[in-house]
Design a protein around this ligand. Structure first.
Ligand code: DSN
Length: 423
């Protein structure tokens, strides 16, 4: 494949062979990690563009270095499009990652020692919502809420309110990376108002589904701020963003927290690629994509129900499924991930709520439909994929069976090529 990335091929065979290998892995296998996706060729071009050469500390019209006539254009376009997508007045499109977006949001709104009430990691929350291993847990005080019932996924909103009344948080955080249901944003916003806290949503996983109007938008229920990544269901380049509904003072604090608070020069090639991604998400076909992501997850849910895979919360209302493979089939999460990798299905092992097993070999797996939907899969293909997952988990030591499944997966992938991504 010398015509693939020809300039790298000509000067760096080590990196070229890894690049080709990764391309083939993405092309020939099924990507089910729910936080991954395939960007368009246009996003990829912007991400690999000459904007990578430019320093642009500051914001449009207020930069420290010269030569900003084009960086200002892309950043303004990115901000306008993102505000249009989510129905808000202010956006910062510079965070290098979702984690940075969350940390900046904390520093913008809190003083050291202030309290944040967020979802427990073991019940679907995220490390940056204050897990003790993070640096921010040394600065701010994080308290947690959980599900009332892991069989249905219902959050214990009464307990959340009681904790909020007792702990007086400055932020109540809604958001997750392994929770398959929708949250009651109105209830959370009402509790935040009652205790004088900011209502903040971390929508990293479902941003594309909100932008595509397939799921509810927290801004419609009184939330002040949304943080997100851009590379999951939103299908853009890797990166983070922070949106503020309508409060200019908060937006100003957030801008300051990003630069000069936490970051130096923004990655303007990423900002360009984000602008392209947001333009794509504004098109009607993106709404069809978002709806299909949900339908595809439901098609997989139906097969898992039928074949006895225990799903946490009983199923899914979004793009992801969290399943207890250990109690269902006696296969540990780590083994399940490895054996599914062997047949060409990439997903991740994941803790289940209050998992008795350790994080590096948990009881569960987590999977989702954003990437396979991008490559054109609809319900029949997703049901087939779900069957292959169960077939594999029931035949972890059967080499012939696994080889057959791998061949069938390769054949299906050939029918649904990665959309206009490379070569
Ligand atoms: N690593 C991301 C995920 O997979 O959900 C969250 O940061």
């Amino acid at each position: 494949m010398a015509d693939f990335a020809p300039f790298i091929a000509a000067q760096d065979s080590q990196i070229h062979s890894a690049l080709v290998g990764e391309f083939e892995r993405q092309r020939d296998g099924l990507e089910l990690i729910p936080s991954e996706n395939y960007v368009s060729r246009a996003v990829l071009e912007a991400n690999g563009s000459v904007f990578t050469n430019k320093y642009s500390e500051g914001y449009p019209g207020k930069r420290y270095y010269g030569g900003q006539e084009y960086t200002d254009i892309i950043e303004r376009v990115a901000i306008d499009r993102l505000c249009q997508l989510f129905g808000c007045q202010y956006a910062n499109v510079q965070p290098h990652a979702g984690a940075i977006a969350n940390v900046a949001m904390y520093f913008a709104l809190l003083k050291p020692g202030d309290t944040v009430l967020g979802m427990d990691l073991s019940h679907g929350g995220h490390l940056t919502h204050g897990h003790p291993v993070t640096c921010i847990a040394k600065i701010f005080n994080f308290v947690r809420y959980k599900m009332k019932d892991v069989e249905t996924g219902e959050i214990d909103y009464d307990a959340l309110r009681q904790t909020a009344l007792a702990e007086k948080p400055k932020i109540i955080l809604a958001g997750f990376s392994a929770y398959p249901r929708e949250l009651d944003y109105q209830r959370i916003a009402d509790i935040a108002k009652e205790v004088g806290a900011y209502a903040v949503a971390d929508m990293a996983h479902i941003a594309g589904l909100i932008a595509g109007k397939a799921l509810k938008n927290p801004f419609d229920y009184g939330f002040d701020i949304i943080t997100s990544t851009t590379h999951k269901s939103l299908r853009g380049p890797r990166g983070g963003v922070i949106m503020t509904k309508d409060n200019a003072d908060i937006a100003k604090k957030i801008d300051k927290a990003i630069f000069p608070g936490l970051q130096g020069g923004p990655l303007m090639h990423h900002v360009a690629a984000r602008a392209v991604c947001f333009g794509e998400a504004l098109k009607p076909e993106f709404q069809a994509y978002a709806q299909q992501v949900l339908k595809n997850a439901k098609a997989m849910e139906a097969v898992f129900h039928e074949r006895g895979l225990k799903m946490i919360t009983g199923g899914t209302s979004n793009h992801l499924i969290l399943a207890d493979v250990h109690s269902s089939f006696g296969v540990e999460g780590k083994r399940a991930q490895a054996v599914l990798d062997e047949v060409g299905i990439t997903l991740n092992m994941n803790s289940i709520p209050d998992d008795p097993r350790p994080p590096l070999n948990p009881s569960g797996i987590r999977l989702g439909t954003p990437a396979i939907t991008t490559r054109g899969f609809a319900e029949p293909q997703c049901a087939q994929v779900a069957h292959w997952i169960i077939d594999t988990l029931q035949a972890v030591d059967d080499e012939a069976k696994k080889a057959q499944i791998k061949a069938d997966i390769t054949a299906l992938c050939q029918q649904f090529p990665i959309p206009d991504t490379f070569v």
